[in-house]
Design a binder for this molecule. Structure first.
Ligand code: IMP
Ligand code: MG
Length: 182
């Protein structure tokens, strides 16, 4: 059995770099929310690691909630919609809400999701992404809090998967092309 590491081309972001960035992002959020209660919406499953670390690093009170979504249609379907496989368990009306996402890629999923969440009348709604691949964007979505802007490479680890694997790696690495180009 091959080890997961054997399929990683190189480490893009080491564990320590990620931890430092999460603390910086938390400090930025602390300035904005200053003791206000905020609902953190974890987009399953890729954001689990980031969500847990970020929630523990901020100093305002956080309410945890979880959503599982999948986008359907292709990039050619304008305003494409999103299927909610698991919805929030809290009512976000009148609440400060931050959607926590692992990576902003084409923007299709978040574009559709934000329209749906906005319709529930939160007091504020912001987006926080650990990674951003701006080159790939097809929808006008930008994050309010961004960790790292990365090149158009397929990355895994720290929650991010390829075929449901590699999420457990403590770093973010570039996956070898031979893994998915076969
Ligand atoms: P999009 O922004 O709607 O295209 O989709 C973003 C989703 O695609 C993310 O939440 C990830 O699940 C997945 N994704 C995009 N790029 C990568 C990557 O480099 N590695 C792992 N998953 C990715
Ligand atoms: Mg995924």
């Amino acid at each position: 059995m091959k080890r997961l590491e054997d399929n990683v081309e190189r480490v893009l972001l080491a564990k320590e770099e990620i931890a430092q960035k999460v603390n910086e992002m938390a400090a930025e959020m602390d300035k904005i929310y200053q003791g206000e209660e905020v609902v953190f919406v974890c987009i399953l499953k890729g954001s689990v690691a980031f969500f847990g670390d970020l929630a523990r690093a901020v100093s305002f009170p956080v309410v945890y909630d979880f959503m599982c979504v999948s986008s359907y249609g292709s990039g050619t379907v304008s305003g494409g919609s999103v299927r909610i496989n698991k919805d929030l368990s809290t009512d976000i009306a009148g609440k400060h809400v931050v959607v926590i996402e692992d990576i902003l890629d084409t923007g299709n999923t978040l574009h559709a999701l934000f329209r749906q969440l906005q319709a529930r009348n939160p007091k504020s709604l912001r987006l926080c992404c650990l990674l951003d691949k701006p080159e790939r964007r097809t929808k006008p979505v930008s994050a309010d809090f961004v960790g790292f802007t990365i090149p158009d490479e397929f990355v895994v680890g720290y929650g991010l998967d390829y075929d449901e694997k590699y999420r457990q790696l403590p770093y973010i690495g570039i996956l070898k092309r031979c893994v998915y180009e076969k």
